[in-house]
Design a protein around this ligand. Structure first.
Ligand code: AMP
Length: 282
């Protein structure tokens, strides 16, 4: 496995792979890898000849009061895990490489509307930061396939839309949420939870499961949302949003929608947790 710190070094090796007629899969991450990330890499290994992983904590997607400086960075462990798994190349750029003249004056990519609701409403800089860095990484790597987790359901939808709108020639593949045994969706931010909070955290997933059942039994979306928010607040969460949506548009679900997703974000102490669950009314 080769670790690259410059675009030139990575692209020179990628050219060799291309010339040999081999296919590539790309997995962008912010590091602090857990099984969720590693499942993306495994998927890549099953779909392509070589897997390229990027590890970059992108400052452009963090708000002024968010956790950029404290975001967990565990590069040595990450590289060890990727090597064990069989990733071929890891791209670990610095801010100077990605934003040579500073992030403020860097060209930006945005996906309006789809990125405005949910996480986009409470984190206005978030999706613009993601689409800008992912578009740049897509252009650098030019992989046949790019793999993302459904844990970040809205992010996956935004990236699919960007790829379609901008005719980016990579095939976007999503993989299911990887969870801890108690149902908590794996996340680098779970490291922030105190031991008491960690015990409460799976309630988010349990609440979404219960909500799904209620909706399938015919409970109205608004009532299901209000009950779930009350249940989470009673457990100590501060709910940011919890919405029953059309799974494609991510707009509030209407009675004619059949494919739904419940999207949720909630603070537990200082930790922001997100989760989602899909349901089909067919
Ligand atoms: P991050 O490092 O948080 O930016 O995530 C990098 C990629 O890993 C994204 O495509 C995420 O959706 C995906 N990912 C993170 N956590 C999980 C999880 N628990 N299950 C599946 N994919 C995940």
């Amino acid at each position: 496995m080769k670790v690259h710190h410059t675009i030139e070094s990575l692209q020179s090796d990628l050219l060799t792979i291309k010339k040999a007629g081999k296919t590539t899969a790309f997995v962008p991450t912010m590091g602090n890898l857990h099984q969720g990330h590693l499942d993306l890499v495994k998927k890549g290994l099953s779909l392509a000849d070589s897997v390229i992983v990027s590890i970059y904590v992108n400052p452009l997607q963090f708000g002024a009061n968010e956790d950029l400086s404290t975001y967990p960075r565990t590069l040595d462990d990450d590289l060890f895990a990727l090597k064990e798994l069989g990733a071929a190349h890891v791209f670990v750029p610095t801010d100077e490489i990605m934003y040579p003249e500073g992030k403020e004056v860097h060209s930006k990519v945005s996906v309006p509307k789809l990125g405005d609701r949910h996480c986009g409403a409470s984190r206005p800089q978030f999706f613009g930061g993601i689409t800008t860095i992912v578009a740049k990484l897509f252009n650098i790597v030019q992989a046949d396939i790019s793999i993302f987790g459904e844990k970040d359901f809205q992010q996956l939808a935004v990236i699919r839309k960007m790829v379609e709108d901008l005719c980016i020639s990579t095939k976007v593949v999503g993989i299911p949420i990887v969870r801890e045994d108690d149902g908590l969706a794996m996340s680098s931010r779970n490291n922030y939870l105190s031991s008491d909070e960690r015990m409460i955290a799976p309630t988010l997933h349990q609440t979404l499961l219960a909500m799904k059942e209620k909706i399938l039994e015919g409970v109205e979306y608004e009532k299901a949302e209000t009950d779930a928010i009350d249940a989470l607040n009673n457990k100590g969460f501060v709910v940011d949003y919890l919405n029953v949506c059309n799974s494609k548009s991510l707009e509030p679900a209407t009675s004619s929608d059949k494919e739904l997703v419940i999207l949720a974000a909630a603070m537990l102490g200082k930790t922001r947790l997100i989760d989602n669950i899909e349901l089909s009314l067919k």
